[in-house]
Design a binder for this molecule. Structure first.
Ligand code: C5P
Length: 399
């Protein structure tokens, strides 16, 4: 995935043990298409060598303001002018204090002051340093100055203590960088998404379920977060990692999913029902494991599960609802009919046999104007297009 294709990022390292994570970060940024220029403070070179960062970035690493390799002797101008963003990771307490004061006593601080591009800062320090009033004042001031603060995370620290101040993991910083360059079309919006399958018990060890990897729902959660929304994901059992920035609530059965949705729906602007909810559950669930006795096979009676999407769409203050339909035949006919039956403005349809478990998908958007096929693409790109389509249609319908 080339989400950072065409992006030139200056990755600045200041002194902190989290420098070791920046080696992985530079690889992840490059894997996603970015060109990365690494600039290190003198203190950062005590934690990780410029040789390591040069080998991983494939480009010269800069430390010194007086670097003779730069013909005009203006590394601070050259590097910051060519950049789409500067990311300081790790940002020490001292380096943030320098940024606040506008100091320019080494190459990294000088190029931050000389920048004409956005600055993102990933703090990394001991929890006491993070909580001290001067650090908190500096963070607030940087935010006021338009600097994006990424994190910090919480957990165990290199010093042996536990708390706030860990640098975000490389995967989180990568997600932040990709998100940073996406249009913020859902800023201030609250989005609720269901994803994955539900599982319905037969007895304590057996279940029936639907085939669903959850990939499309998770990709939509990520795309909505990238677009600036606050995202809650209600998920059936999947093997997927929660997208960065998204709040996830785990459920198993359709009724648990129904209850979790109803408990969370208040105040939501958009509801996207991607989950493959089991249409029926077993009425006569056995309290004990059903034993095989050689000749008889058990008979299961089914009762319908609540239709979560249809119920949400009927709420008096219903959010903007998007449904999904995975069909095996006559997609257009079934999708149009389903959209009308559920009473929703937009439905995404696909042919199930083409996309099950895959990373790519081919879908059509169905709305009051008809069917709009999207080009086949990676699920993440399709998810971004769907979020864009939701945004356009929502603003068109605003009174
Ligand atoms: O009714 P059907 O399963 O064909 O509709 C699919 C759409 O309805 C999907 O968006 C799915 O998440 C949602 N749905 C639901 N609750 C159900 C069944 C489906 O929210 N019980």
């Amino acid at each position: 995935m080339q989400d950072l294709h065409d992006k030139r990022i200056v990755l600045g390292l200041s002194g902190g043990i989290a420098c070791y994570k920046s080696a992985e970060l530079v690889r992840r940024l490059i894997e996603h298409g970015a060109t990365v220029d690494v600039v290190m403070t003198e203190a950062a070179t005590r934690f990780i060598t410029p040789v390591t960062m040069q080998a991983l970035s494939g480009r010269p690493v800069f430390v010194d303001v007086w670097d003779a390799r730069v013909p005009n002797n203006m590394a601070h101008i050259d590097l910051s002018r060519g950049a789409d963003a500067i990311l300081i990771a790790p940002a020490s307490a001292d380096f943030m204090a320098k940024l606040v004061q506008g100091r320019a006593d080494d190459l990294l601080s000088t190029l931050c002051l000389a920048r004409a591009c956005p600055l993102l800062v990933a703090p990394a320090m001991n929890r006491e340093m993070w909580l001290q009033a001067p650090t908190q004042r500096n963070v607030a001031q940087l935010e006021q100055d338009g600097v994006n603060i990424l994190g910090p995370g919480t957990g165990s620290q290199a010093c042996g203590e536990t708390g706030d101040g860990r640098m975000f993991e490389p995967a989180q910083l990568l997600a932040e960088m990709i998100g940073f360059f996406q249009p913020k079309s859902l800023k201030d919006k609250h989005v609720l998404i269901t994803a994955g399958p539900t599982i319905e018990p037969i007895d304590p060890v057996r279940v029936i379920s639907n085939r669903s990897s959850g990939k499309t729902g998770y990709a939509l959660a990520k795309a909505a977060w990238e677009a600036g929304a606050t995202v809650t994901l209600i998920s059936g059992p999947t093997a997927l990692t929660t997208p960065h920035g998204v709040t996830r609530i785990d459920v198993e059965t359709a009724r648990q999913m129904h209850d979790a949705v109803m408990a969370s729906i208040k105040g939501k602007d958009i509801f996207i029902a991607v989950a493959a909810v089991a249409d029926w559950r077993v009425e006569n669930v056995s309290a004990d494991k059903i034993k095989k006795n050689g000749k008889d096979t058990p008979t299961l009676n089914f009762v319908p599960n609540p239709d979560i999407l249809a119920e949400v769409a009927k709420l008096p203050d219903a959010p903007w609802c998007v449904g999904f339909a995975a069909e095996t035949e006559r997609l257009s006919e079934f999708a149009h009919e389903k959209r009308l039956r559920k009473g929703i403005p937009m439905l995404i349809g696909n042919l199930a046999q083409h996309v099950m478990d895959a990373d790519h998908t081919t879908v059509s958007i169905f709305d009051e104007y008809g069917e709009h096929p999207l080009p086949p693409n990676a699920k993440q790109d399709v998810a971004r297009q769907i979020i864009q389509a939701v945004t356009t249609r929502m603003s068109a319908h605003r009174p």
